[in-house]
Write a protein that binds this ligand. Structure first.
Ligand SMILES: NC(=O)c1ccc[n+]([C@@H]2O[C@H](COP(=O)([O-])OP(=O)(O)OC[C@H]3O[C@@H](n4cnc5c(N)ncnc54)[C@H](O)[C@@H]3O)[C@@H](O)[C@H]2O)c1
Length: 416
């Protein structure tokens, strides 16, 4: 299949479209009361970045030309979806992924195969390798000269990071630093990277705002993401690298990660297996559909702000009890629930204040949790078992951990 060589897509255009939401995702996000102790209010830094307040920001129009984008972690859940949309709109994509076995590698292989099928031509290059491997990454930058970077590669997962923090320091902190070094040396126009809602730690706020102090991460994973945000600011300050950090709020959807609750719940309820419910079911999370997240990422790539951090979430939470009820409804089976105590490192309540992303990126989540779970169940029932089927309980998330370091391979192009 050949894609048209189109201009880059996302703009503020669809803000007024009606959506299928049934849980307030359509309402226009408004800025919540901002905290005076802002630590991320660094937006209008131009040449003089000594005075980071107040938050007066000029809204950047989207860059609309062709882009060559390096997508790290492009075989993973979010990265492969970003790569797919970039290719679909006519951009060129360079994927780098070490293909570690944090979860079943066949899922990542299938993601790469899918990308290859979508774009058999030379607009897609795929490299296997560790982003920390200096020699290999230098040769990727020298050969490919990506003008834009979408850095999604990381060790994800809160609980495994408590068991094995060092691999998180390696991939997340060292890896991100290495990429920013190369990005400033090679004149990258915009460096967009994945942070996480876990940086909010045990915050008691109702809506997590980017201006909140996030100096209390409660897991090595969260600390690694906060460290990336700090280093990103440093690279902006020292080299004027345009950097945007995106704090994702629990992302789910078709081809989602098997270690995460949405996939696990759908899988276990479908198979009539027992579900572990941690806590009393009142804990609530802001679950974000993959299509909305990818839309937000592309909006951020297209707008090279000097230095920004954005929440990307749905903007409202779903309790664990309600989550299970929605899964039961779409799977058509009752869940068998085993009650478990709260887990260390888990954040009891997450809900994104997405007003800043709305104002500066034109981002607004459009898919309700009910609709997103319906789509995910549909994918699980009709496509998942056909191409690939893994047992999530033998995968990551503290059970059957992956090795600390994936085999370090040279970044040679792979044929898929
Ligand atoms: N999925 C979520 O709900 C969520 C929430 C918050 C933040 N995030 C962040 O978003 C990003 C993407 O998450 P995902 O859910 O797609 O995870 P994922 O595990 O599916 O994808 C990450 C990919 O990065 C690759 N990778 C890891 N370390 C690497 C290294 N050193 N070198 C090269 N490749 C490496 C992995 O092989 C994997 O394919 C991550 O940075 C994650 O921390 C995800």
């Amino acid at each position: 299949m050949k894609f048209r060589h189109t201009e880059s897509l996302p703009s503020l255009a669809h803000l007024d479209e009606t959506s299928s939401d049934d849980d307030n995702t359509t309402s226009t996000p408004t800025r919540s009361t901002r905290h005076a102790e802002s630590s991320n209010c660094l937006a209008d830094l131009t040449d003089d970045d000594s005075a980071p307040s107040p938050c007066r920001r000029a809204v950047l129009p989207p860059h609309t030309g062709h882009k060559k984008v390096l997508v790290t972690g492009g075989a993973g859940f979010i990265g492969s979806n970003v790569a797919e949309l970039l290719l679909a709109r006519g951009d060129s994509v360079v994927v780098v992924d070490e293909m570690n076995d944090y979860y079943d590698v066949r899922i990542k292989e299938a993601n790469l195969t899918r990308l290859r099928k979508l774009c058999p031509g030379d607009r897609l290059s795929i490299y296997r390798g560790d982003i920390c491997d200096e020699e290999s990454m230098l040769s990727v930058f020298e050969k490919e000269r990506p003008g834009w970077v979408c850095h999604m590669a990381a060790r994800a997962g809160v609980r495994p990071s408590i068991q094995d923090p060092f691999v998180y320091i390696h991939s997340n902190i060292r890896g991100t630093t290495h990429l920013m070094e190369l990005s400033h040396k090679f004149g990258v126009k915009n460096f967009v990277f994945a942070s996480s809602s876990s940086v909010y730690g045990g915050s008691k706020s109702t809506f997590f705002s980017e201006e909140e102090n996030v100096d209390n991460p409660v897991s090595p994973y969260a600390a690694s993401k906060k460290a990336c945000e700090l280093l990103a600011y440093t690279y902006h300050h020292l080299y004027k690298l345009n950097v945007t950090g995106l704090r994702f709020f629990t992302v789910y959807g078709p081809r989602g990660r098997p270690d995460m609750a949405p996939f696990k719940f759908i899988d276990r309820v479908s198979r009539g297996l027992e579900l572990q419910q941690f806590g009393d079911g009142s804990s609530s999370r802001d679950y974000t559909y993959i299509g909305d997240i990818v839309d937000g990422i592309l909006r951020a790539i297209d707008r090279p702000y000097p230095y920004e951090v954005f929440n990307l979430g749905k903007g409202n939470g779903t309790s664990l009890k309600e989550f299970i009820r929605i899964v039961e409804k779409h799977v058509g089976k009752k869940a068998i629930i085993k009650l478990m105590p709260d887990q260390p490192g888990d954040v009891p309540y997450t809900c994104a204040d997405v007003s800043k992303a709305y104002e500066l990126l034109g981002y607004r989540a459009k898919v309700s949790f009910d609709e997103g779970i319906r789509k995910t169940v549909d994918w699980y029932m009709h496509e998942y078992g056909k191409s690939i089927c893994v047992e999530p309980e033998t995968q990551a998330n503290g059970m059957g951990r992956a090795a600390s370091f994936a085999e370090m391979k040279k970044a040679t192009p792979v044929e898929v």
